[in-house]
Design a protein around this ligand. Structure first.
Ligand SMILES: Cc1cc2nc3c(=O)[nH]c(=O)nc-3n(C[C@H](O)[C@H](O)[C@H](O)COP(=O)(O)OP(=O)(O)OC[C@H]3O[C@@H](n4cnc5c(N)ncnc54)[C@H](O)[C@@H]3O)c2cc1C
Length: 1008
């Protein structure tokens, strides 16, 4: 199987193909070996690292464990004491600490060790504190503002972090490795991943270069001579995401241009110095690109004949067996032996989440832990059989996995085991004790300052705390041996379903009622090729002529809609809903054509275009479900006997829908399908700049069964349309998305009409802020701010306009943000890797430039990206810009483009900041980045925003998941894609029937 070829099969098929990987005899030996190892290790419990015991007690299954993880994740990066104290107080108050006192026999968990851990040489704790863990921690809660507590906990977290790190610098780590036999054979990892800026990437690159030199210099003389194996001494591990800020398949060409020379330089130096170099495995999205880079290194003529190039392969990835076959083939072709480190994989939870968000057809990883275990062994077998073309490195802390590998290759030569520093030491010591001629065990040894530790630390805490994890359970005497060590092959055969019943496929995320819309996997070459050929190269529809409707045509359409209002209303809601569902299917079938229109007519990037098609499909399916619920059956109301009372929701009549250019498909579709499905006839006016995609969607709805007379799509100039349509006597309501000024104009027009008072649903703009306190993770803030402010060239009503940074961490975030802005690719959205396209018109660009100039004249410009030379349609481009204001009130109007304002605030002034944000009168979206409940709760309570997003970006609301719409100047509600939207498009009617009028109360009389 080619690992690049789509689509992934059904998971059960993949797992079934693995089930024969080990014979019954091998499996029996594996079980026996593993149980012996665990039993042996358990007799040496006192030798286990104290963190093991700690994590076993404070795992992720209780709130205390989660509170501690949160502290460990955030405390060390908080620069100001006030915020640190608040975090400590909050997290410690969240736990029932005394419940853990004395439960563990580990010194570490008991208070005396807390004391030891907390004090070290830094802080002297009174004996009263070290006598009782619960009391001690309670006292911390109450005394959190005292410097001693803060100091103590910072130290505690440093120690927790330090448990997983070998040294702060490579020299410190090498000194330690020379001292400690367990670290004599190591693979040093210079902590750092996910560079956000090129400066970061260069810093990591230099750190790797220095580390290679230092490891080579520290190599024992005995390992340097001719004939010495490159795998006999310590090596280096690198992460490609540390070497480039845009390491993603979508940015393939640029990434290769920057990253490949860096990776090549590292590999050449390592080869020159005789040091093995392993490329760590990261997210599945990056798998294909990483394999392309590995192949480029394998082809390098300067290092021909050199051994030591390696990479990690994640067995939880369903493509892993195919990846291994591919690597073996490449190794043969290039006559270059490879070291392959087989891991299970460290990003499982985020892979599942990402696949759900993206609406992928299949998960890229297995959904059952036992499948990962079995896949690991199937891959291990492939590697063992391919020796010596590969040098297998089995990275695991699981006794069964270890036992199974030894069962497959009892002579145990030609490969090694690996473990992470801080984990698995006891298991391997026991293995060496019990099994003669045990293979070498290399320790993965992270090196770096605490500031760079967090992402790694969190993964380790998750791994150790998850109760599916072997390390979490293996020393827990409460778990019997035969439960800790089970045969995953037997386990899998015992399941009714080979995919996890608790993890439904992304398509089934919303249950049986409605399907999730179909997304696209941006981590696969096949998807990107499809995009290139079917979407980006397809320009014909967008350039087709599009005639505007005349006033006569509008008048005729209004009349037709009025004439047919009753017959459409009489169509059963089930039929109307079925038409919407059919439309969603058709939309997905033809998504390439719609995406092409969005790219070429509306200037959307490919990623925005797929998101928009998905949103439109979600609207169709969601409103179909809602309409059936609301209108399918009457609501029977309770009342006195002898009478029936039924509430129904009836259509209103002719609804006018006016939509904007920035979501010419999703918003357009959302408005009109909501009106149609509830039985209204519709006159829809798309934006002047984007009529083609709207007309195409109108045609699709008709194909799905909506009669011509029920839906009229009329591209027209807005004011002319408004004057005429709003004056029509048959008008029953208006749905509008656009500027606040136009919404107010429409409102006045409606108010001036004689006759019935009509509803207006208006969704308008916002001055959206993101509030960031000093507990927030800067990398996350930068990712989310860039996506929210510059994504879609800032042309979303939800876009971030004002970034509010707590002054203590502001400068660090701003520097990173500026660096990240430099990596944005600005240009034509017909190019796959464009991040920021043009704004909608030259006129809009001029307005934005004028705003930038005004702010620049006031000395507020902080950063303006450089536009690439020779842009087609150059007058429509606005370079992403960062403007620093001193006061929230400096920002008075929405600058609808890629312009981000930033303001600093003092921690104690959070309430005033929130009041100032509220004072602008808008209430659309608000972002909050914090680890503090305090900040989150205040921000939510004190804001007008209709949509508040915590620790994520603030765009891309999902239909039915984040119903969207604002308050105040931002709109009237109800929220689009929410359960109340359809009710505004209907009128309530109650039918009361006196059932006794025809003779008597039969229901009452026939009671027993
Ligand atoms: C030396 C070394 C280097 C490493 N390098 C990398 C690397 O480059 N990239 C990387 O990603 N990881 C790396 N890791 C981390 C490694 O992935 C984890 O340590 C490993 O998964 C733990 O496996 P185990 O056999 O020790 O534990 P086990 O407890 O037996 O297995 C844990 C595995 O099961 C998976 N799992 C849990 N629940 C499910 C489920 N429901 N369905 C499917 N799978 C599930 C987990 O995600 C995890 O992969 C490395 C580990 C070591 C020891």
């Amino acid at each position: 199987m080619d690992f690049r070829s789509p689509p992934l099969r059904d998971e059960a098929q993949d797992v079934t193909a693995l089930l024969e990987a080990l014979s019954a005899d091998h499996r029996q030996v594996a079980l026996e070996t593993a149980r012996r190892l665990v039993a042996g290790a358990r007799t040496r419990a006192e030798e286990r690292p104290y963190l093991d015991a700690f994590l076993q007690e404070f795992g992720l299954s209780n709130q205390e464990g989660i509170a501690l993880m949160c502290l460990a994740e955030a405390l060390l990066r908080i620069p100001d004491d006030d915020t640190a104290d608040r975090l400590i107080a909050e997290k410690l108050a969240a736990g029932d600490w005394s419940a853990h006192a004395g439960r563990s026999d580990s010194l570490f968990v008991n208070a005396s060790t807390w004391g030891l851990m907390l004090t070290g040489r830094l802080v002297e704790l009174p004996a009263s504190m070290t006598g009782d863990a619960g009391g001690f921690l309670r006292s911390l809660t109450q005394r959190a503002s005292e410097p001693i507590v803060r100091q103590a906990l910072r130290r505690a977290m440093t120690i927790i972090g330090g448990e997983f790190v070998v040294g702060r610098s490579i020299d410190e780590a090498l000194r330690r490795s020379a001292r400690e036999p367990a670290l004599a054979l190591a693979s040093f990892d210079m902590l750092g991943e996910g560079a956000r800026t090129d400066a970061d990437a260069r810093r990591y690159h230099d750190a790797y270069l220095q580390a290679i030199e230092a490891i080579a210099a520290a190599r024992p003389a005995a390992h340097s001579g001719a004939g010495a194996s490159v795998h006999g001494h310590s090596s280096i591990s690198i992460k490609l995401s540390a070497l480039d800020p845009r390491y993603a398949l979508l940015h393939r060409e640029r990434t290769l241009g920057r990253l490949l020379p860096r990776a090549l330089e590292l590999w050449r130096l390592a080869a020159e110095r005789g040091i093995a170099l392993t490329i760590d495995a990261e997210e599945q999205d990056r798998l294909e690109l990483s394999l392309q880079i590995v192949e480029a290194l394998m082809r390098d003529p300067l290092t021909r004949g050199r051994e030591g190039l390696g990479l990690a392969v994640q067995a939880y990835g369903r493509r892993a067996p195919a990846v291994i076959d591919h690597l073996l083939e490449r190794a043969r072709i290039h006559a270059r032996p490879l070291a392959i480190r087989l891991v299970k994989g460290a990003y499982w939870d985020s892979e599942i989440k990402r696949a759900q968000e993206r609406g992928l057809e299949q998960y890229p990883v297995y959904t059952r832990k036992a499948s990962t275990d079995v896949a690991y062994l199937a891959c291990a077998r492939r590697l063992l059989e391919a020796m010596p073309l590969v040098y297998p490195q089995f990275a695991t802390h699981n006794a069964h996995t270890l036992g199974a590998i030894l069962a497959l290759r009892p002579e145990a030569q030609g490969f090694e085991f690996q473990r992470l520093h801080g984990m698995g030491g006891l298991l391997y010591d026991e293995a060496r004790r019990q099994l003669p001629a045990f293979p070498p065990v290399r320790v993965y040894a992270p090196v770096g300052p605490h500031a760079d530790l967090l992402a790694y630390l969190v993964r380790r805490l998750l791994e150790n705390g998850a109760n599916t994890s072997f390390v979490n359970r293996f020393m827990d005497e409460r778990v019997p041996l035969d439960e800790v060590v089970t045969d995953p092959f037997v386990q899998l055969r015992s399941f009714d379903s080979l995919s996890h019943p608790g993890i439904s496929l992304p398509a089934a995320l919303y249950g049986a009622e409605r399907r999730n819309s179909l997304g696209l996997d941006f981590g696969r070459t096949a998807s990107l090729e499809w995009l290139q050929q079917q979407v980006l190269a397809e320009t014909s529809a967008a350039s087709r002529d599009c005639r505007f409707a005349s006033q006569q045509e509008l008048a005729a359409a209004l009349q037709s809609a009025a004439d047919h209002a009753r017959s459409w209303a009489a169509t059963h809601v089930d039929s109307r809903a079925a038409m919407l569902e059919r439309a969603a299917e058709l939309l997905e079938e033809r998504r390439a054509a719609f995406m092409a229109l969005l790219v070429h007519e509306a200037g959307k990037t490919a990623a925005d275009a797929i998101a928009e098609v998905r949103e439109a499909a979600d609207f169709c399916r969601y409103y179909a479900v809602q309409a059936r619920r609301l209108q399918g059956t009457a609501t029977v109301l309770r009342g006195p006997t002898g009478e029936t009372n039924e509430l129904t929701l009836a259509p209103r009549g002719v609804i006018v829908c006016i939509s904007p250019w920035n979501f010419p498909l999703a918003i357009f579709a959302g408005q009109l399908v909501a009106a149609l499905v509830t039985g209204n006839t519709v006159i829809a006016k798309p934006a002047e700049t984007t009529p083609r995609v709207a007309l195409a969607f109108g045609a699709l709805l008709r194909e799905a069964g909506v009669p011509e007379e029920a839906l009229h799509v009329l591209p027209m100039e807005g004011r002319i349309f408004g004057e005429l349509a709003l004056a029509h006597p048959a008008l029953a309501g208006v749905v509008f998305t656009g500027s606040t000024a136009t919404a107010q104009w429409l409102n006045r027009r409606l108010a001036a009409r004689e006759g019935a008072i009509l509803p207006l649903i208006a969704e308008t703009g916002g001055l959206n802020a993101m509030v960031v306190d000093s507990t927030a993770l800067p990398e996350q803030v930068v990712d989310d701010a860039v996506a929210s402010a510059f994504g879609s060239a800032g042309q979303r009503c939800s876009a971030l306009r004002l970034l509010c940074l707590q002054e203590d961490s502001a400068e660090r975030i701003l520097e990173m943000l500026e660096g990240a802005m430099d990596t944005l690719v600005i240009g034509d959205t017909a190019a796959l890797d464009t991040d920021v396209g043009p704004v909608i018109t030259a006129e809009a660009a001029q307005k934005l430039h004028a705003h930038i100039e005004r702010m620049t004249a006031r000395g507020r410009l902080r950063k303006r990206c450089t536009l690439p030379a020779g842009l087609r349609d150059a007058e429509r481009y606005v370079a992403p810009t960062l403007i620093e204001v001193t006061d929230v009130a400096d920002l008075r109007e929405e600058a609808f483009g890629p312009i981000l304002h930033v303001v600093r605030y003092r921690a104690q002034e959070l309430p005033q900041l929130l009041t100032a944000i509220r004072a602008n009168g808008y209430g659309l979206t608000l972002g909050v980045q914090t680890r503090l409940e305090y900040t989150r709760q205040h921000a939510f309570a004190d804001s007008l925003a209709g949509n508040v997003y915590v620790n994520r970006n603030m765009i891309g609301a999902v239909v039915g998941v984040q119903p969207f719409g604002g308050t105040g100047l931002s709109g009237t509600g109800p929220k689009a894609g929410g359960p109340h939207y359809l009710t505004r498009l209907t009128t309530e009617r109650v039918l009361t029937v006196n059932t006794t009028a025809t003779g008597g109360n039969t229901a009452l009389l026939s009671l027993d």
